[in-house]
Write a protein that binds this ligand. Structure first.
Ligand SMILES: *Cc1c(COP(=O)(O)O)cnc(C)c1O
Length: 404
């Protein structure tokens, strides 16, 4: 049975490795993976971890050990995946607006390739013909996802090849004899309503009728996890059974079995991650009480970039009286994590915990203000392992070339 990390464990990790620190809990990742496996057990389904959410090599190795495959959006992620031990066939490369040379590198490495642009499709077809199978990323123009910035299926989106360009895709496939092995879509992140997936699946079936020898349909991701108390999680069990039914029905007509692929990022690693920071100062102004912590959007940018809500707990004083705070960072830029947040009384030196920090947390961090990127710790079988050292001063100068 999975049990989340308790405050004492997190405090001792922060004491041992310093703060701010990202802490990942392996067993929580496993729990999420097994939930997906079970929910879709009615039909052959593969899960490609969208590793841009969190690419620490230990996380990649751990997720591989669970049996997952991996989705990469950059050739360097492909290389990291190979280094973590994934086989080329377990790797799906889903780039956007990259140079054709990057696609060629992926082809040489032998990984599955998703093509999301007519011009690339044409170049690839001219070069490889039927010699290297491809998957085509379709933009179904479904509006979905928690925030416009994380929706990718809308009409103004740069992702995918529009369903309205089907004739053009067909022309290229016919002329170059490309072997289309799969169709892909990814409409966005944080989809609460499973009907969005089912609606997308119907569109994919319509597309599939144009390609007689598909092996899979890839529905991308968008699985939502709860960020706020009472937030829903995508109901993967209902989705799993409805999807199984729909695919079986389509297979009868299509006369082939079709694997279903998904690319969960957030779903696997978001809740497994905790970000522990320290309250540097309590600052009473005429308008509010600020808690200034030893971090900022240089370490966790989701609240400022996506208006994301992260639950915050005072793990040093969990029974303190509830007070209202505005939680801000220490960088010279307005970096507000949360306005008007009720927290157990915060004293200078207390550790605060940001929940759901596993996905797009460390991964989007930077050295803005010449601050160090935080350390990362993995807790597995009750033991805490340092999996990335905090930056040190020399890291700030590492790639700089002093000419003066
Ligand atoms: C980012 C991304 C995902 C993962 O999205 P989550 O919301 O983190 O699950 C999946 N597929 C592609 C192509 C992506 O770019």
């Amino acid at each position: 049975m999975y049990e989340s990390l308790n405050n004492q464990q997190l405090i001792s990790i922060a004491n041992e490795f310093g703060s701010p620190v990202y802490v990942y809990h392996a067993e929580k990742i496993a729990q999420q993976y097994h939930k997906l496996k079970e929910a879709f057990s009615g039909h052959p389904t593969r899960f490609f971890y969208a590793c841009k959410a969190l690419t620490n090599i230990n996380i990649l190795k751990y997720i591989k050990s669970l049996g997952a495959s991996i989705d990469c959006v950059c050739i360097n992620e492909v290389r990291l995946a190979l280094k973590a031990g994934f086989e080329p066939k377990q790797i799906l490369f889903t780039p956007n607006c990259v140079d054709f040379a990057e696609i060629l590198e992926a082809q040489e490495l032998g990984v599955n390739i998703n093509i999301d642009n007519i011009s690339i499709l044409e170049q690839f077809g001219n070069r490889f013909g039927s010699g290297y199978p491809v998957c085509i990323r379709i933009n179904p123009h479904i509006e979905a996802g928690g925030n416009y910035k994380i929706s990718t299926g809308h009409i103004d989106s740069k992702f995918g090849i529009s369903i309205h360009q089907m004739r053009h895709i067909e022309r290229i496939v016919k002329t170059t004899h490309l072997h289309v092995q799969g169709l892909h879509m990814h409409t966005g992140s944080e989809i609460k309503d499973i009907n969005v997936f089912l609606q997308a699946l119907d569109i994919m079936f319509d597309m599939a009728r144009h390609f007689p020898s598909l092996e899979f349909i890839d529905l991308g991701s968008g699985f939502k996890v709860p960020y706020k108390d009472g937030d829903p999680e995508t109901d993967v069990f209902t989705l799993g059974s409805k999807l199984t039914e729909a695919v079986k029905e389509f297979e009868a007509e299509y006369n082939r079995t079709l694997e279903i692929w998904f690319e969960p990022g957030k779903y696997l690693v978001s809740e497994a991650g905790s970000f522990v920071v320290k309250a540097n100062v309590i600052k009473q102004t005429t308008a509010t009480v600020f808690v200034g912590v030893n971090s900022g959007f240089n370490h966790l940018i989701r609240p400022m970039f996506y208006d994301a809500y992260h639950r915050i707990s005072n793990i040093s004083n969990p029974n303190g009286a509830e007070r209202i705070y505005t939680v801000v960072g220490n960088i010279c830029e307005t970096d507000t994590f949360a306005w008007d947040r009720v927290l157990n009384e915060v004293r200078e030196g207390d550790y605060l915990l940001f929940h759901n920090a596993g996905a797009y947390g460390f991964e989007m961090s930077s050295n803005f203000n010449s601050r160090f990127k935080p350390a990362e710790v993995l807790v597995k079988d009750g033991e805490a392992h340092l999996i990335r050292k905090r930056d040190e001063f020399s890291d700030l100068l590492r790639n700089q070339v002093e000419v003066l």
